[in-house]
Design a protein around this ligand. Structure first.
Ligand SMILES: [Zn+2]
Length: 469
């Protein structure tokens, strides 16, 4: 069977994981669970971007070998992803010898589109990036992120000739062969493509000591693009293996800030290799704190583990999957988080507790349900509107709460016990039916509810699913 392949962006490991990395993984995991639910075989990649002089410098500061430094970081990122309840099938590290060798093969295959040229201009060492004359003037010669003056650079580099592919990339985006979600980003990408220059893909070894050597040129080391972007296919075994069972990817998930690289440089690499483009690029927004971008300078960075520590993982997933839009920025505040937790406890936690208690009193045994389709739900999921799909489940939960209040099975039990039983069985069946889809968002909670209401004797949980604050 052909697999559905989902990818996440690989974070640069010079820092530690933070709330900003959360959406990538939660969205990928939700899509994976949905596709699995639909009977598909799914492969989900995650990984770490480990080369570059920043890591080299950080390791030197700590007095440890750079390989040890990135080994530690790769472990930290894997633990972080697991802590979000996210299950990947493949983890790629760019310092893995297989990845390095495969990147060199990819470079060789692209050689018709690679040329050497001299770069003269401004550079920020902190960003490890070139700075245009325009940026230099706008920022008065100093990097706003690093508060350090730009340095003048004159060096020879290899370039990837993006111009060889521009018109085909444009066509692919316009025709949705490479579909961009959200659609409003399509226009800005097409504009960006117009002015996109050829991109530098190497640095002199003197500049970047920690990187993959350019094949057949000892003086040059790969810089970012081929090394980092190729991870999506090297992890599948390209070019050693036939990857057609997995590639093209069903969905590549990226933050909005790196969409342009994935819609510009990455398609050029794929076209140069004669590989098909991914079918979908999903660009999510950022997580802000109290409406502001999180930054160390402002001091408003929130640690995801602190949020998870408050009420556990399910409320964390609930907040970011239901109250954060897939495609725009999402705001976090502790007030909103508490309100979201109370909603989860009141709407779902109470329902489970009440219904299970009534079932126990009236000797209702566990029920089995057939899966029913829900077209509205599927439509939302297929458009990556996960939060709206989640809303549909919540409407169903609200409906069940209303029904309990209106039908009063506790009163019926006295006047018409048979009818009370029927009402309760119907409530259990409908809850299980909603719960079947809840596994896509809150797998652990869904499993508990499944256990409670399919058991031979229905028993309320000893402790509520979501204890009161
Ligand atoms: Zn900088």
């Amino acid at each position: 069977m052909k697999e559905s392949y989902i990818t996440t962006a690989i974070p640069y490991v010079n820092g530690n994981p933070h709330l900003g990395h959360t959406m990538d993984y939660l969205l990928a995991d939700t899509l994976r669970r949905y596709m699995t639910y639909c009977g598909k075989k799914v492969r989900l990649q995650a990984g770490t971007d480990e080369h570059g002089s920043k890591n080299f410098k950080k390791a030197a500061e700590q007095g440890i070998p750079v390989q040890d430094f990135v080994d530690q970081k790769a472990q930290i990122y894997q633990d972080f992803i697991h802590s979000l309840g996210v299950e990947y099938t493949d983890f790629v590290r760019t310092t893995d010898p297989d990845h390095e060798r495969r990147c060199q093969e990819i470079w060789r295959k692209l050689s018709d589109h690679i040329y050497k040229d001299k770069y003269e201009g401004w550079y920020c060492e902190g960003c490890e990036g070139y700075v245009t004359e325009k940026e230099y003037n706008e920022n008065h010669g100093e990097c706003p992120d690093h508060k350090k003056p730009y340095t003048k650079l004159s060096e020879e580099n290899y370039y990837l000739r993006i111009s060889d592919f521009k018109s085909r990339i444009r066509e692919a985006i316009e025709s949705d062969e490479l579909k961009i979600t959200p659609a409003f980003r399509k226009k800005e990408l097409l504009n960006m493509l117009k002015d996109m220059p050829d991109v530098s893909i190497s640095r002199p070894r003197a500049q970047v000591q920690w990187g993959i050597p350019v094949p057949d040129d000892d003086e040059q080391v790969m810089y970012v693009w081929i090394d980092a972007l190729s991870n999506y296919i090297t992890v599948l075994g390209y070019p050693d293996k036939d990857i057609s069972a997995d590639w093209p990817a069903h969905t590549q998930i990226v933050g909005k800030d790196i969409l342009r690289f994935h819609a510009g440089i990455w398609p050029a690499i794929l076209m140069g290799l004669g590989l098909p483009l991914p079918r979908n690029l999903l660009a999510h927004g950022w997580i802000t704190a109290n409406g502001e971008k999180m930054s160390k300078t402002i001091g408003n960075v929130i640690d995801p583990q602190e949020i998870i520590g408050k009420h556990g993982l399910a409320p964390f997933r609930y907040y970011f999957l239901r109250h954060a839009s897939t495609t725009t920025d999402a705001d976090f505040t502790w007030e909103k988080y508490e309100a979201s937790y109370n909603e989860l406890a009141n709407d779902l936690g109470n329902l489970v507790q009440r219904l299970a208690t009534l079932c126990k009193k009236n000797d209702i045994s566990g029920q089995k349900v057939e899966r029913v389709t829900n077209e509205d739900f599927d439509r939302r999921m297929e458009k990556y509107e996960f939060n709206f799909a989640f809303d549909i489940l919540w409407d169903g939960i609200a409906e069940l709460n209303k029904r309990i209040d209106a039908e009063k099975p506790w009163a019926l039990a006295k006047s018409d016990p048979e009818k009370a039983k029927k009402v309760l069985v119907k409530l259990v069946v409908d809850l299980l039916s909603i719960n079947d889809r809840l596994q896509i968002f809150l797998p652990d909670v869904s499993a508990k509810i499944q256990d409670i209401f399919t058991a031979t004797e229905i028993q309320p949980p000893a402790t509520p699913l979501f204890p009161k604050n």
